[in-house]
Design a protein around this ligand. Structure first.
Ligand SMILES: CC(C)(COP(=O)(O)OP(=O)(O)OC[C@H]1O[C@@H](n2cnc3c(N)ncnc32)[C@H](O)[C@@H]1OP(=O)(O)O)[C@@H](O)C(=O)NCCC(=O)NCCS
Length: 444
């Protein structure tokens, strides 16, 4: 079932690239590039977990991968307005769009700053390819620092994201070169593992999750062609179904402040210890991811974090980030507000030793918390709220009227073998509302 057709289409494409059907039928031998990389074979039974290839910095070439003579490598300096605008333009025009190009991700400079410049970021990991003659940017891939814990083992790693090749240069094997070059640059810093997500099936997912969507402004979603009206239901009924209160009712909920950070860090660390795939945040990293640029006014903020404080104790927090769509060619609306659930934690289950009771407590608490997140998102102009089937999200999806989407998101580890980690889906890849995932990391 898809409530928001165009969002679905976009997320699905984002997840899948353009080639899902082809890819799904591919076998290991058909992955001309990936079969040469240190990744597990499709359907490989993992018995021993850990790195696949053991290398040292001394093994890594200091020369960039050769490109066709028309192209050249570029380190993009996102502190430089021109470079940032070029990345913005490339992604805006080429990243992912719906079939008739009516909707586009509206990356802002604030979003790119937040997404690509966490503590320890390196501009040589913001890898660009330019046309030599014109200087035009036609390819991009980004690595950001992100140590992981995989089934409790610390893994020094990066996250790889925002791979993009100009539409006119697709299917020319530029993507593998971008991947190899960012790998080389990351390897030169002594890091040999990476986490990345895609909808395309590649060798071989460590986890598989699904997108879920909660319409907030159903009327607008319908007006702009995002949501369709199911049979035997009126528009009024649909609007009523998704109408939220204007004010929340959870006591002691407020916007997070820097003074809360120590408690939030401790709470998240404890809460996440149950997951099998998490980002092992440093304090500075978590501060960056939850507070972003704290000097921005609330209407400019990319990431929004809220805490519940009782008697000086932070008992819960949640966060979400905003990445709107631009709507082209619509006289009534030019933007669609989209929120993505980010990190959260609660102490609701901590003191209960019976696991079923602990989960029931957490379910009640998360339903209240994320219910508040929806109301706050609405006040910020959000029209639809998205999340995947990871973390403990399956506990609240149905009660809060999230609809299961069509988009699948595969999680991959580069140069690391791990047994499969649940992404909250059943054997048919539908949301398993009775079970929660073991994936705690949230990818942008
Ligand atoms: C994703 C994208 C960069 C791939 O480039 P392309 O020109 O289509 O593909 P190329 O000919 O350069 O390379 C094909 C190889 O890249 C792999 N590939 C394609 N998409 C990939 C992805 N998202 N992640 C990793 N590898 C990918 C293919 O499997 C193939 O390797 P194989 O022979 O081992 O199967 C390009 O389609 C694009 O910019 N899409 C829009 C943005 C997007 O969807 N980004 C990914 C979000 S997850």
């Amino acid at each position: 079932m898809s409530q928001n057709k165009a969002i679905e289409e976009l997320l699905k494409k984002l997840a899948e690239g353009a080639q899902l059907n082809e890819q799904q039928q591919k076998q290991m031998k058909d992955y001309k590039f990936w079969k040469t990389q240190p990744v597990p074979d499709l359907n490989e039974k993992i018995t021993e977990e850990g790195p696949i290839e053991q290398k040292t910095v001394a093994d890594i070439s200091i020369q960039p991968y050769p490109l066709l003579k028309e192209f050249e490598w570029a380190d993009l300096d996102l502190n430089n307005v021109e470079d940032r605008d070029e990345v913005f333009k490339l992604l805006y025009e080429n990243y992912v769009e719906d079939a008739d190009s009516t909707f586009r991700f509206k990356y802002s400079s604030e979003f790119l700053d937040w997404a690509l410049k966490p503590p320890g970021y390196k501009k040589e990991w913001h890898v660009g390819v330019r046309v030599k003659a014109s200087g035009r940017l036609i390819g991009f891939i980004a690595g950001t620092p992100a140590d992981l814990q995989v089934r409790s083992k610390p893994v020094k790693a990066v996250e790889i994201n925002f791979i993009c090749v100009h539409k006119k240069l697709r299917s020319k094997r530029l993507a593998p070169i971008l991947i190899k070059e960012v790998t080389r640059r990351v390897n030169l810093q002594g890091i040999f593992q990476a986490l990345y997500t895609a909808g395309v099936v590649l060798p071989s997912p460590v986890s598989v999750a699904r997108y879920n969507h909660r319409p907030i402004n159903w009327g607008k979603l319908h007006d702009v062609g995002f949501s369709y009206l199911p049979d035997n239901v009126t528009k009024t009924q649909m609007i009523a179904k998704y109408t939220l209160r204007n004010e929340g009712k959870l006591k002691n909920l407020r916007r997070a402040e820097l003074k809360d950070f120590d408690q939030v860090f401790t709470l998240l660390t404890k809460f996440q210890s149950k997951y099998e795939l998490i980002q092992d945040f440093t304090r500075d990293e978590l501060k960056h991811w939850l507070f972003g640029d704290n000097t921005l006014s609330n209407d400019k903020k990319v990431v929004h974090t809220f805490v519940v404080e009782e008697n000086d104790r932070i008992t819960d927090f949640f966060s979400f980030y905003l990445l709107p769509f631009t709507i082209l060619d619509n006289p009534a609306h030019n933007e669609l507000g989209i929120a993505y659930l980010f990190y959260y934690a609660s102490d609701a289950e901590f003191d209960e030793s019976d696991s079923a009771k602990a989960q029931a407590l957490l379910k009640k608490r998360l339903t209240d918390l994320i219910g508040e997140a929806l109301i706050i998102a609405k006040s910020l102009g959000v029209d639809v709220f998205n999340c995947v089937s990871c973390q403990d999200n399956n506990l609240f999806l149905q009660d809060l009227k999230f609809g299961e989407g069509d988009g699948i998101l595969n999680y991959y580890l580069f140069n690391y073998k791990s047994r499969i980690i649940s992404g909250g889906l059943d054997d048919d890849k539908h949301v398993d509302y009775g079970n929660v995932s073991k994936v705690g990391v949230v990818m942008l």
